[in-house]
Design a protein around this ligand. Structure first.
Ligand SMILES: Cc1ncc(COP(=O)(O)O)c(C=O)c1O
Length: 462
């Protein structure tokens, strides 16, 4: 097989053209997939032949088969889960990253990938208002970010208690208390399990009506116990968008345990409130925490899979992850792979670098502000039409109910089937809601109006 000459050029152009065709038409496509998973299984299924086939033929066939099962998450009217699109410059950089096929483990393996990550990491810290000396790891998503952040936390609090967890493990280690809000993201529990703590070691702090932690309950739980302590706070509740009171919580925790404590903030999407002067107050006190996890592939509109972990204690971050082997050449500097879970890794920094260059600081603020304004527009229009809004719309998340739980679920299914827009359902405080997340840079007021019309038609369609 030959990778040089006209063959590879034609093939890459063919693939890029298909991708561009898709992107140009995504606003006109159904918001959800046209075909089911079972149908797609049938379409993809065929015997694995013993002879290979020409690459160009495969690309065309792949495009033909894949089409029916594609979900228009990059389109302007996909409001499900919390997903963003992918900004053009970032996607183009991703295409280049695939073409260059660099391994971002180290600056020896790819000076380009390592440098792009380091520079983009600096810009992200600047944008979010995090300490300039914080370590930055480019990981696969917020869950990986939380796992790495809490691995660093585990190192730090146990080291303060005189225990080297990397060498001695958790058997016989001093007990570590772990606190998180009742409304933490479900993946936090998985991160803790992977770190050897087990779900049972998690103590839940009560939450207020909006899902943010109750400070009195936090104080009460801390009182009279000096075990090494990890607290996982949240910026951006997946249902309401509310953020824990970060400043007050951090101050309470520091007063209680100035030495052997670590505060991690899971800010998968909510951390991005920090880039907007009008929303920044929601994450006030952010800089007092010890680590921050967030996603690139959600509100930042970066391609999958992209997340970031920042810590105020690079030495703990490194101690938790760094490894060595005689054959591994490293530069004198710390390497990108020392701050993430994987060693061989995609060159994620290239897309982040390109994304930040395309938007600039003002563009990033504008995307965040516009999504929040559009979420408020959604809520206002639906409320004016008699729907019940289940949350104070402080960020980009809106909860809507249409009467009984059964009726709300019926409307959600109807809207999904209509295909103009897509939103999922959730249970919040014991009631069913349609959950709307406005996270895409392409979404306009017109899209909100089209989606509102579709929702109201679905409501009255019975
Ligand atoms: C608050 C929060 N934390 C963590 C996660 C996990 O993020 P990811 O799917 O990028 O790993 C999500 C979203 O899925 C989230 O909304």
């Amino acid at each position: 097989m030959d990778d040089t000459g006209a063959g590879v050029r034609e093939l890459f152009r063919q693939a890029a053209d298909h991708a561009a065709d898709y992107r140009e038409s995504v606003g006109e496509r159904r918001a959800g997939a046209a075909k089911t998973f079972a149908e797609m299984r049938v379409d993809f299924q065929r015997p694995l032949g013993s002879a290979g086939r020409p690459a160009g033929e495969i690309v065309d066939e792949l495009v033909r088969i894949a089409d029916g099962g594609l979900v228009s998450t990059t389109g302007p009217r996909y409001f499900g889960f919390v997903v963003g699109g992918a900004l053009p410059a970032a996607t183009a950089a991703e295409i280049l990253a695939a073409g260059w096929d660099q391994n971002a483990w180290s600056s020896v393996l790819s000076p380009t990938a390592a440098a792009a990550e380091q520079v983009a990491g600096g810009w992200l810290k600047e944008l979010l208002g995090l300490p300039a000396g914080a370590s930055a790891g480019f990981v696969t998503g917020a869950q990986a970010a939380n796992t790495v952040g809490m691995a660093a936390a585990r190192n730090h609090v146990l080291a303060r208690a005189g225990w080297n967890v990397e060498a001695d493990g958790l058997n016989g280690a001093p007990r570590v208390r772990i606190l998180a809000g009742e409304e933490r993201h479900a993946t936090v529990d998985r991160s803790l399990r992977l770190l050897g703590f087990g779900s049972i070691s998690l103590e839940l702090v009560k939450t207020a009506a909006n899902g943010a932690i109750d400070l009195d309950d936090l104080r009460t739980r801390l009182a009279g116990n000096q075990d090494p302590l990890i607290v996982c706070l949240q910026a951006g509740n997946v249902n309401t968008g509310a953020t824990d009171p970060l400043r007050d919580a951090c101050e309470i925790i520091r007063r209680h345990s100035p030495e052997a404590s670590w505060v991690h903030v899971d800010g998968a999407f909510g951390l991005w409130a920090a880039v907007s002067p009008s929303l920044r107050h929601q994450v006030d006190g952010l800089e007092l925490a010890d680590s921050w996890g967030c996603d690139g592939h959600k509100w930042l509109n970066l391609p999958y899979d992209s997340g970031f972990i920042f810590t105020a204690h690079p030495e703990a971050h490194l101690a938790a992850l760094v490894y060595s082997a005689s054959y591994l050449l490293k530069s004198a500097n710390q390497e990108p792979g020392d701050f993430a879970l994987e060693s061989s890794r995609r060159a994620r920094g290239l897309a982040v670098w390109a994304w930040l260059q395309q938007l600039g600081r003002d563009g990033a603020t504008e995307v965040v502000d516009r999504c929040c304004a559009l979420a408020r527009r959604f809520a206002e229009q639906l409320q004016a039409a008699g729907c019940a809004i289940g949350n104070e719309v402080v960020l980009n998340q809106v909860l809507v109910s249409f009467g009984s739980d059964t009726e709300t679920d019926r409307v959600i299914t109807e809207v999904q089937n209509a295909g103009v827009c897509w939103m999922g359902g959730t249970t919040w405080r014991g009631r069913r809601y349609m959950r709307i997340s406005v996270s895409n840079h392409l979404t306009t007021e017109h899209d909100i109006d089209l989606a509102t019309t579709s929702i109201l038609e679905s409501r009255s369609s019975q």
